[in-house]
Design a protein around this ligand. Structure first.
Ligand code: IVH
Length: 676
């Protein structure tokens, strides 16, 4: 037996494992499938068993096996897990408060009370307690559906497993952050880029015993579904969490007024390095639950909360090149390739230049020395050029007048609202005619909010495109799995998983289908509105044939911009082929309205004039919460015209003519009260 040779073989295997981990976690680009990964681990372990002189700190026998090779059961959250919008400076906070006061129809000088909570940069989790017992723990997932990671969460000491307090709700899902302390991360440094990745890897272990080896912590800060809770505001809730045995952030505060929020922000930012866990900002939440409820949500984030990000880390580098990326809707985004620099622990080699106007305004040129800024999860960008260091021969950057992908003319559109040309230059092709746009459209199609095909990430789209396996979204449903099986990086199991994930998504909701098409100006909210109004997918497919696109203008929220975009979409032959083919392959499920049992079910409303003590936006959300619908033009469909102060006479006349009921705000309250 040649000891040296064995050692060499062993060390090579370890080196390979470290590389596989790096690609999987830090670069999100797995090099091998799960089975192959497990095999590499097994080989190392069996060598160690055979030869006891073999030892390495990176061996799976010394450390947790990290990479999960398990798919967890998916479970819907009873109440979705939302995300937060970001604020970067005082002005953003002033706007945030202003919007809230507007929505509540309060004076904009009105100072609101907030719970200010340092934002831990970890992984959020939702813990369901029934009758005081911790029964199920879910990851956030896409916000609507999480993964059942109960067994792994069970291993965390900070999570109480049984709560006997009298005032503990019958059922509650307590939400908070799972994280790793910086001192514990020291031992895991060579495996993960940062504590957040380490926490995420550990939480998704196949074997809870492996999760247990890592000292994960849990801090609680909010709740989802709750049954019977008498608490009236966030700060009392946080205190109560403490009494129930949860850890809460020791730096939480209750604060009134933006000036005081700013002061607290600066104090915490100064302390940031002394705190033994990563925080990337402060979350502000309107303290009163009653106000939170009135405010509700916009799309995926609450109106009543915001994350105030800490100021970015900066670094100096040089621009090596400027590349143009073509987005799904044709927008050309210039990206600076910079000499790689480490900014706050992350190596940065790309910085966005936003758009053509930004390059002109800052006169950014290839070869320039620049200051680069990176804030948390926001894409790094260039703040300024050091003109003193500019090479005398450098030339202004000329933005391409032809699309670098398909060669079509690039255009700047005129914006009729701002009465200016857009800052963004676009490829003028119609979409599937441009290669880069098509690839981006397919990435959007499989993305989380759209078809959400498990394991079908951006890299796979690019790879399949290169291999000419996909050209249009419908090709995803006709993949040749036999061919994939023999491709590099794929195996029996991973192909079976992919196939399952794709087959599963042949059942798709109408709104996700509309959103997935990636029609410009039709985001998820608009897609929902369209699906809710049309009800049947066939109607959508035949929209243009039946000349019905203009009718959508009556939907509150859909305007001329959306209508023009839809018309353009339906005029394109490839788009029509995409939707017709997809309609044949898919089972597009009719839209089931969330709550059709509200007191205003089937009733259609319209407003004219100003309401009192409530903004139009709040009234709209109130009606929708009770299953009513709002439209924006008087028509036969309308059931009630609600008039406020200074209504438009023309609208009242039109309503009278059609014998539509005309009511005021107090009548609306009566309607809402009737059966509640
Ligand atoms: S509240 C609707 N409170 O930030 C409110 N989130 O972007 C959403 N986070 O996914 C959650 N500290 O992972 C809330 N004190 C805190 C938080 C916090 C950290 C994270 C959480 C969430 C993300 C929102």
């Amino acid at each position: 037996m040649d000891k040296k040779k064995i050692k060499k073989e062993y060390n090579e295997k370890i080196k390979n494992l470290v590389k596989l981990n790096k690609y999987y976690y830090d670069l999100s680009k797995p090099l091998v499938n799960d089975n192959e990964y497990d095999q590499v681990k097994e080989e190392i372990l069996s060598l160690e068993k055979k030869y006891d002189f073999l030892e390495n700190k990176n061996s799976p026998s010394q450390k947790v096996g990290f990479r999960p090779s398990k798919t967890f059961k998916k479970v819907f959250h009873k109440v979705p897990m939302l995300s937060l919008s970001n604020a970067f400076d005082e002005e953003d906070l002033i706007n945030f408060e202003k919007k809230i006061n507007n929505f509540l129809d309060q004076k904009s000088s009105n100072e609101l009370e907030y719970s200010a909570e340092p934002k831990i940069d970890g992984i959020s989790a939702s813990l369901v307690f029934k009758k005081g017992k911790f029964v199920m723990g879910l990851s956030r997932g896409d916000g609507k559906e999480g993964e059942d990671i109960t067994q792994n969460l069970m291993t965390i000491n900070d999570i109480p497993k049984k709560i006997t307090a009298k005032n503990f709700p019958d059922e509650i899902d307590i939400r908070g952050e799972v994280f790793i302390q910086n001192k514990d991360f020291e031992n895991l440094k060579d495996k993960f880029a940062n504590p957040r990745n380490a926490a995420s890897g550990s939480l998704r272990q196949k074997n809870p015993q492996d999760t247990k080896k890592i000292p994960l912590k849990f801090i609680a800060y909010t709740f989802g579904y709750v049954n019977n809770m008498a608490i009236k505001n966030q700060s009392d809730y946080l205190n109560q969490l403490g009494n129930w045995g949860f850890k809460i952030n020791p730096f939480n505060k209750t604060i009134k007024g933006i000036k005081n929020l700013m002061q607290n922000y600066h104090e915490i930012e100064k302390k940031r390095n002394e705190i033994d866990f990563d925080i990337d900002g402060i979350v502000y939440k309107i303290n009163s639950f009653k106000l939170q409820k009135r405010l509700g949500n916009v799309a995926n984030s609450p109106r009543w909360a915001i994350a105030h990000k800490f100021s970015a880390n900066k670094g100096v580098s040089t621009i090596l090149n400027i590349e143009i990326q073509v987005g799904r809707t044709g927008a050309l985004t210039p990206v600076a390739k910079i000499k790689p620099i480490n900014i706050g622990g992350v190596v940065v080699s790309n910085a966005t230049l936003h758009n053509e106007d930004e390059i002109i305004r800052k006169d950014i040129r290839i070869g320039d020395t620049v200051v680069v800024e990176r804030a948390g999860d926001v894409i790094p960008h260039i703040i300024e050029v050091d003109l003193k260091k500019r090479n005398k021969n450098s030339k202004k950057y000329i933005f391409p007048l032809k699309c670098p992908s398909c060669g079509s003319k690039t255009i700047k559109e005129y914006n009729s609202i701002t009465k200016k040309n857009d800052a963004v230059r676009r490829c003028s092709s119609e979409g599937y005619e441009c290669e880069k746009m098509t690839i981006e459209k397919i990435k959007h199609f499989v993305s989380k909010e759209a078809f959400n095909i498990d394991g079908f990430g951006k890299k796979i789209v690019e790879n399949f495109w290169k291999l000419e396996m996909i050209r249009l979204p419908q090709d995803i449903f006709g993949l040749n799995y036999e061919k994939i099986k023999i491709m590099d990086g794929w195996g029996q199991q991973s192909v079976a998983n992919l196939r399952y994930a794709i087959e599963e998504k042949k059942n798709i909701s109408f709104e996700k289908f509309v959103y997935a098409l990636g029609i410009r100006h039709i985001g998820f909210e608009n897609a929902k509105l369209i699906a809710k109004t049309l009800k049947s997918p066939e109607k959508f497919v035949n929209l243009s044939k039946e000349n019905k696109i203009d009718d959508l203008l009556n939907i509150d929220g859909i305007g001329e911009t959306q209508i023009t975009s839809l018309k353009k979409f339906f005029l394109n032959k490839t788009n029509l082929k995409v939707i017709q083919d997809l309609q044949k392959i898919l089972n597009i499920t009719k839209t089931i309205e969330n709550k059709t049992d509200g007191v205003l079910s089937d009733k259609i409303f319209m407003f004219t004039g100003k309401l009192t003590g409530m903004s139009r936006a709040e009234a709209k959300s109130l009606i929708e919460k009770n299953s009513g619908t709002i439209i924006s033009n008087v028509s036969k469909k309308l059931d009630y015209l609600i008039i406020g102060e200074k209504p438009t006479k023309r609208k009242i006349e039109a309503a009278k003519e059609l014998k539509i009921k005309i009511i005021d705000q107090s009548d609306l309250y009566k309607l809402l009260d009737k059966s509640s």
